[in-house]
Design a protein around this ligand. Structure first.
Ligand code: CAA
Length: 389
């Protein structure tokens, strides 16, 4: 039985920062951000968006009533969760109107979480072929103002509906994974911001990719040229390119050209959104599907997932007959086209805004955010979410 991604979509908030403007205010050559790091715009989450609302917004428009009745498992992968106890997926389950006899859980392992969610989903569907599983990766990447990580921030979510006989991409059982206890990036429970050893984290990403790729070849012997494209976790768009460069010389020139062009197409959304942590790898898949018109059923796509700390995984999938009818490209392009640019001063002011932590009541005007699902306040430490339709 084939199992995989039946539908996939992303959400990113309605505001962004232009990286050239940010570089000029920080007195940095803009080419460092746009070429050296490879980012043109950075999504900014207003105070009305968090991992729950972004995740729910990502799934909202791809689910039909039949999907809502068939979903038996809702998995939210996030490293910017809003509660140490309650799973954010429980709010998402309610906001999306999913039938009640479902499990809702939250998964954490840095940017790897959504890949862990997909593996859980596959196992569940193998035993319950009539059910569907909703897997969401949703995060706000924050390193702080005027820090080396600032240019690699971002915000957004990817929602994936997994099922048997998927209409988009069937996932193979060829996963190779690796765990090593390292401190490249982490966020202690008392900290709003991530701690990161920047250079070390990039070295570890590459070390994980090389090690896992070698093991994948030893186990499955799938030459690079058999892949139509490789999608990478993209903390910034240059990162995946560095990984691809490590292995690409082994392929014939025509295959190298195809893989490089498909890599470029897979990074277009990330280049304009930034790092969305758990959803990032799957945002690169959406970008490839939305921008590469020559993709065909049967094409093989490889995926490299990396979560600091660290866990990495490589796996593959095959595009399914008719997949183009199930991708929502215009919805994605409208979302990006309708964003508002923030001045750097406005971004800095909004960045410092905080929700109350002392139990006081806080209300936010529902018209301040065009999103369908948003946070409208906090009452007695309880977040108040609304769905506008
Ligand atoms: N024109 C063109 N390129 C320029 C330039 C200019 N004027 N000035 C600098 N550059 C280039 C540099 O040569 C460098 O390129 P290479 O990496 O190819 O050598 C690139 O721009 C970046 O320059 P620096 O290395 O000097 O940048 P930095 O030290 O200020 O920080 C960073 C870069 C380490 C990625 C930092 O932004 C950071 O810490 N980010 C957060 C951590 C991160 O994203 N790590 C990725 C791996 S961990 C992971 O994947 C998990 C996750 O999601 C966090």
């Amino acid at each position: 039985m084939k199992i995989g991604i039946d539908k996939i979509s992303f959400y990113t908030p309605a505001f962004y920062v232009d990286m050239t403007e940010l570089a000029l205010v920080r007195e940095i050559d803009p080419n460092k951000f746009t070429i050296g790091i490879g980012q043109d715009k950075m999504a900014f989450a207003p105070i009305t968006q968090d991992a729950v609302t972004m995740g729910a917004n990502a799934a909202l428009d791809i689910l039909t009533e039949e999907d809502r009745q068939s979903i038996e498992l809702v998995i939210l992968a996030t490293e910017s969760g809003i509660d140490q106890s309650k799973a954010g997926s429980i709010y998402i389950h309610r906001l999306l109107g999913i039938q009640p006899f479902a499990r809702s859980i939250e998964i954490k392992e840095a940017c790897y979480g959504a890949t862990a969610g997909i593996n859980l989903a596959k196992d569940y569907i193998a035993k319950h072929p009539n059910s569907k599983v909703l897997v969401i990766g949703s995060d706000i990447a924050r390193y702080g103002l005027d820090t080396p990580g600032e240019a690699t921030q971002g915000a957004g979510a990817v929602a994936m509906l997994l099922s048997a006989n998927p209409r988009c991409i069937a996932l193979e059982d060829d996963q190779v994974f690796l765990t090593e206890d390292i401190m490249d990036f982490w966020r202690p429970v008392y900290s709003e911001y991530a701690y990161v050893q920047g250079k070390y984290s990039t070295e570890q990403y590459l070390h994980f990719f090389e090690t896992i790729w070698a093991e994948y070849q030893r186990k499955f012997n799938q030459p690079l040229e058999s892949f139509t494209a490789l999608c990478f976790h993209l903390p910034y768009t240059k990162m995946g390119k560095k990984a691809l460069d490590l292995i690409i010389e082994s392929a014939p020139v025509a295959d190298q050209e195809r893989l490089l062009e498909n890599y470029r197409l897979s990074t277009l959304y990330s280049r304009n959104i930034g790092n969305i942590y758990t959803g990032s790898l799957y945002l690169s898949l959406i970008s490839l599907l939305d921008h590469q018109s020559q993709l065909k059923a049967g094409n093989k796509i490889g995926f490299f997932s990396y979560g600091s700390g660290a866990v990495g995984e490589f796996f593959s999938g095959h595009l399914q007959e008719g997949f183009k009818e199930h991708i929502v490209t215009s919805q994605h392009q409208n979302l990006l086209a309708n964003r508002t640019k923030l001045s750097i001063a406005d971004y800095e002011t909004r960045f410092k805004q905080e929700l109350p932590k002392d139990g006081s009541t806080f209300e936010i005007d529902a018209t301040s955010d065009p999103a369908s699902i948003m946070l409208t306040g906090i009452t007695e430490h309880m977040r108040q979410y609304i769905r506008k339709d």
